[in-house]
Design a protein around this ligand. Structure first.
Ligand code: PLP
Length: 494
């Protein structure tokens, strides 16, 4: 049976999975959701014997029903291969009674690789299935992590070009170096003299520019997005929660059917939503812990039922979670309102017009399995130090937010469920914050001295992603003014 996708904001005719992947966002501004969440067709015990790639297939075949088995397996095998520096793709490490699901073994050492390494293959396959012959141009604005992961995913993928705009003075030195050294004839990286919002606004303006779209169409190009609202990014993320459960079962950490908790450091609500979907599909997940940094808009929402983005944007040591509008929350609103697209639309209108909305009591009750918490900057740093001193294991700032929140939850609630922590980035990506949390004396070292010191104290080899940029040649030097972004794109595609 074919599973179709509909918008969260209207009852417009549903479309196939491949069409939803191509479109990204619905025309009414809503996000695509499956008409129903499928149940796993494989028993937990059977799942526990599968490799990561096999698990990914068992999950994705239930969602992307208009892809053939060969097409899906081809996408999976091209995504989860030697680009990952660990055979298991998403290994599970135990430290001090918690189970860290390491999602950072891909080519850019952050969890974005889990979805962005397969999205290009899903997208080009979807284009073929729908007889789209135009070259796909991915336009992305980034504050650091998404841009590099999208570049790495789309580099050398036939039939695509990728253009990334980043704020010239608004990313970390390691993040910038990762992007401007990107190889691949179809990759373009441009620094703009503005902040992330300027980059994002410029990209949105190009997406909404009909004239530009027509001009490009005449030249054989079509724009697409690698943004996290694409269903082609959400579904692959479900696979690692299923894999983690199987792994715990296989290694005897849990018994068949035993409930686990999952804690996720959260920004745009994509990663934790994937865990929510895994639970609906039949993975025995009890509590889902949504961990925020000091931008605690989600914590306040889960406590009060009121989402209020009218607050200061705080720059923290976990920058990939510095966000006040969590786009993927819309999919949870839709589900917990009983798939009420009118209700979801009115909440989203209220958010854009008033900057806030309040959900109904019923919706709030339907969300009771999702608990919120947040960690301050000092709690995050203390957690990194504590985990290191107790176990020798070094975690990054984002993961530390998750652990800090979880430890407080466990203390208060005396909850003994085994718990998976979504470990979203390698500590090597945020070396300075991590090392200074462990010992302030590291403040005097240079970036790459810190890298070597981290390797020494953690006994973990420096990942290739970092080794590469130590001496890599800068290949992208283009810089433009924030109002010249379209001109640059037209030049690239002329
Ligand atoms: C993107 C990101 C997050 C937040 O994930 P969402 O799916 O946006 O909630 C957390 N940690 C890291 C390292 C990230 O790159």
């Amino acid at each position: 049976m074919n599973l179709l996708y509909q918008s969260t904001r209207s009852k417009a005719a549903p479309i196939t999975a491949s069409q939803a992947i191509l479109k990204g966002l619905a025309e009414d501004g809503g996000l695509y959701v499956p008409e129903s969440i499928p149940s796993l067709t494989t028993s937990l015990k059977e799942l526990s014997s599968l490799t990561y790639q096999q698990t990914a297939y068992e999950v994705m075949k239930l969602y992307f029903t208009d892809f053939t088995e060969a097409e899906l397996k081809n996408c999976i095998n091209n995504a989860y291969d030697g680009k990952f520096d660990n055979e298991e793709i998403a290994p599970l490490k135990e430290a001090d009674g918690l189970y860290y699901l390491e999602l950072f073994h891909g080519s850019t050492i952050a969890f974005k690789d889990m979805a962005l390494s397969i999205l290009p293959h899903l997208l080009t396959t979807a284009a073929r299935k729908n007889n789209v012959t135009d070259e796909i141009v991915i336009l992305t604005a980034t504050s650091g992590d998404t841009g590099k992961a999208a570049l790495a995913g789309f580099a050398e993928v036939e039939g695509t070009k990728i253009i990334v705009f980043y704020p010239k003075d608004g990313v970390s030195p390691i993040q910038e170096k990762q992007m401007v050294t990107q190889k691949g004839d179809n990759t373009y990286v441009i620094g703009i003299d503005g902040n992330f919002d300027d980059a994002q606004n410029g990209v949105k303006a190009m997406f909404n520019n009909r004239k530009l779209a027509e001009d490009l169409k005449a030249k054989g190009y079509v724009f697409s997005s690698a943004n996290s609202i694409n269903i082609g990014r959400l579904v692959p993320q479900i696979a690692y929660y299923v894999y983690a459960y199987g792994k715990m079962l296989r290694t005897g950490v849990i018994s068949d059917g035993e409930k686990i908790n999952v804690a996720v450091p959260t920004g745009n609500f994509g990663n934790i939503l994937a865990a929510y979907y895994a639970k609906q599909m039949g993975i025995p997940i009890d509590k889902l812990i949504c961990a925020s940094n000091e931008n605690k808009v989600l914590f306040d929402f889960l406590e009060t039922g009121i989402y209020n983005r009218k607050r200061d944007f705080i720059l923290t040591s976990s920058p990939s979670m510095d966000i006040l509008i969590s786009s993927n929350l819309e999919r949870l609103l839709y589900l917990t309102s009983g798939k009420d697209s009118d209700k979801t639309l009115s909440l989203m209108n209220s958010l854009s017009e008033e900057g806030e909305y309040e959900i109904t009591k019923e919706m709030k009750e339907n969300m009771s399995g999702v608990l919120g918490g947040y960690a301050s900057e000092s709690q995050t740093a203390e957690t990194i130090k504590e985990v290191y001193e107790k176990t020798g294991y070094v975690i990054d700032t984002h993961t530390a937010v998750g652990v800090s929140v979880y430890n407080r939850y466990r203390q208060i609630n005396q909850d003994n469920n085994k718990t998976v922590i979504a470990s979203t980035a390698s500590p090597y990506k945020f070396t300075r914050s991590v090392m200074e949390a462990i010992d302030p004396k590291y403040g005097s070292l240079e970036d790459f001295e810190l890298v070597d010191e981290l390797s020494r104290i953690s006994k973990v080899a420096v990942p290739a992603a970092i080794e590469e940029i130590r001496s890599a040649k800068v290949l992208h030097e283009r810089v433009c003014k924030k109002d010249e972004m379209q001109k640059v794109v037209e030049e690239i595609l002329k």
